[in-house]
Ligand binder design. Structure first.
Ligand code: MSP
Length: 508
């Protein structure tokens, strides 16, 4: 793999950023940071952004008594602000109201108009839509998706009955070829259960979809029918290539497309694993390599919702715990890919256990002993602990290949625990009185493991990693790629360390 292109969904601006958006975005940031260290910063492109068109946004702006442009500017800026607070290292932030996006959407639609599908028929045609539409989902609903006259995903929205002439995309024409690409793993859908879900959807039959709307002003005009605007999901999905300026076959498009991974939750899997690949196939464009749909979480056992009042604002978490700890608290709760529960009441305990008493305490203890017994200098020794650093990295590398963000964090936490046990077993404070050479060996081992742990922690806790590098005086190593950093013994004896402040203050 020479490059890595990773995307998050572009988030609707009808809502301010919440912990659900932060979950996917932090996960993407962890992967982007890992791959930058593996491949070099220039080989990674991390895209996020905001989805700003459609009836839902138009109505939200109206409810606030604002022009949609201004409303979108404000909410989109809030997303950027929260991503800055959480140290999200995106390379590009796309807004669907930007000209660079609109021109790409129109170019895409114009190409679709000319394209023919596998059956030899044009991929788009004019037709009549009649049925129910859920503004919350921004999607048409079939009878089996409606329960008690409501969309179960958005019970607060009234379903709208629509009868209009639209442009249709011949999705049905792509069912066979999509199935083939998924089965052959040319398009990987993970976790496996999601893969099966998508195959079952295709098996159940794919209906053609309306890709334009007749009465939605707040959208991209269809270039060959200016009375209509592009259906917001089609508009939104194109962001993944408009950010690379696909229409001009830009160097960015040539370098980064296809995406290595589209990250999202399971709620929008169908759009990404069926509609988007079919749209790409219609234009003979490469398919994304992997689609990873993680689970949905609840807060303290309940679905997050404004009416319950349990929507967690990431900025207040950052205020309370700091950026690194917030990242840790939301990623460390349950396996990435599964559904799970975020227990806000456990945050203090988890913060203390993993951060203050975990990495924080370990670094403080080992640096305090270096200061006390070796005048703050790394003792002269060669690494000799039984903690297998090569295996540690191998486990992390394999984990990242499989998007095992949660398991990798556990591997790092286990490394910290290993050091704690090593200290308890070897009792350096006793050796200080009896065997200074052996003490030097143990402290060296610990410092070298901490150096490795700090680089392993970089994707998760970027500020903490930086603080540890300052303490160990290994700042210049951050310019190196993982291949070099993983080498054992890069911590040079006699390096002057700085104990400094604790990494995390305990919560009482
Ligand atoms: N605008 C569309 C996406 C277009 S992408 C071409 C959209 N936006 S959204 O604002 O509703 O974001 C949905 C995404 O937010 C989910 O797929 C997931 O990434 C994230 N999450 C929102 N709430 C979440 C949870 N409660 N749990 C996990 N992820 C959550 O859909």
């Amino acid at each position: 793999m020479k490059k890595y292109y990773i995307t998050t969904p572009i988030y609707y601006v009808n809502d301010v950023p919440h912990i659900g958006h932060a979950y996917t975005t932090v996960a993407a940031d962890i992967l982007a940071r890992y791959y930058r260290m593996k491949l070099g910063a220039k080989s990674v492109y991390f895209l996020t952004g905001t989805d700003e068109h459609g009836i839902k946004i138009q109505q939200s702006a109206q409810q606030k008594g604002q022009q949609p442009e201004k409303f979108c500017d404000q909410v989109s800026a809030k997303f950027k602000l929260v991503w800055d607070l959480l140290d999200i290292s995106y390379d590009d932030f796309i807004r669907t109201t930007e000209n660079r996006h609109i021109t790409n959407v129109q170019a895409f639609l114009s190409k679709l108009k000319e394209a023919v599908g596998p059956s030899g028929q044009p991929v788009i045609y004019k037709g009549r839509y009649e049925g129910l539409y859920c503004t919350g989902c921004e999607a048409y609903k079939t009878a089996d998706e409606i329960i008690d006259n409501k969309c179960p995903l958005h019970p607060t929205y009234e379903l709208t009955y629509l009868k209009e002439d639209n442009w249709f995309f011949r999705l049905s024409d792509f069912a066979e070829i999509l199935k083939e690409k998924i089965k052959s793993k040319e398009l990987i859908i993970e976790p496996q259960s999601r893969n099966n879900e998508v195959l079952a959807m295709i098996q159940g039959g794919l209906d053609d979809i309306a890709i334009s709307r007749a009465n939605v002003e707040w959208g991209v005009p269809v270039p060959f029918d200016l009375e209509q605007t592009v259906y917001v999901w089609v508009d939104a999905l194109i962001n993944y290539i408009s950010a690379l300026n696909f229409k001009d076959n830009d160097f960015k498009f040539k370098k980064f497309w296809p995406a290595d991974i589209h990250l999202m939750a399971k709620d929008i899997l169908k759009f990404h694993a069926i509609i988007w690949p079919a749209m790409l196939l219609a234009l003979n464009l490469d398919l994304p390599k992997k689609i990873f749909a993680h689970g949905f979480f609840t807060i303290d056992g309940q679905k997050m919702s404004k009416s319950i009042g349990n929507v967690v604002d990431p900025s207040s978490l950052v205020e309370e715990f700091g950026s690194d700890a917030t990242r840790h608290l939301i990623i460390s709760q349950f396996q990435f890919g599964n559904d799970g529960d975020i227990k806000a009441e456990d945050f203090d305990t988890k913060y203390n256990a993993d951060l203050a008493n975990g990495i924080g305490n370990l670094v403080s203890r080992v640096l305090a002993m270096t200061q006390k017994y070796f005048d703050s200098q790394v003792p002269s020794a060669k690494y000799s602990a039984s903690f297998d650093l090569a295996e540690f990295w191998q486990q992390l590398d394999d984990g990242y290949e499989q998007v095992k963000i949660y398991e990798n964090l556990q591997t790092i936490l286990a490394g910290i625990k290993w050091c704690d046990t090593y200290i308890d077993d070897t009792k350096p404070w006793q050796l200080a009185k009896t065997d200074k050479k052996k003490l030097g060996q143990i402290i060296y081992n610990l410092l070298e493991i901490i150096r490795h742990l700090s680089f392993a922690l970089l994707p998760y806790l970027p500020q903490t990693a930086q603080k540890i590098w300052d303490k160990l005086a290994v700042n210049e190593q951050k310019k190196l790629l993982f291949a070099k950093i993983k080498k054992v013994g890069l911590l040079k004896p006699k390096t002057k360390i700085k104990k400094g402040e604790p990494l995390f203050l305990r919560k009482s």
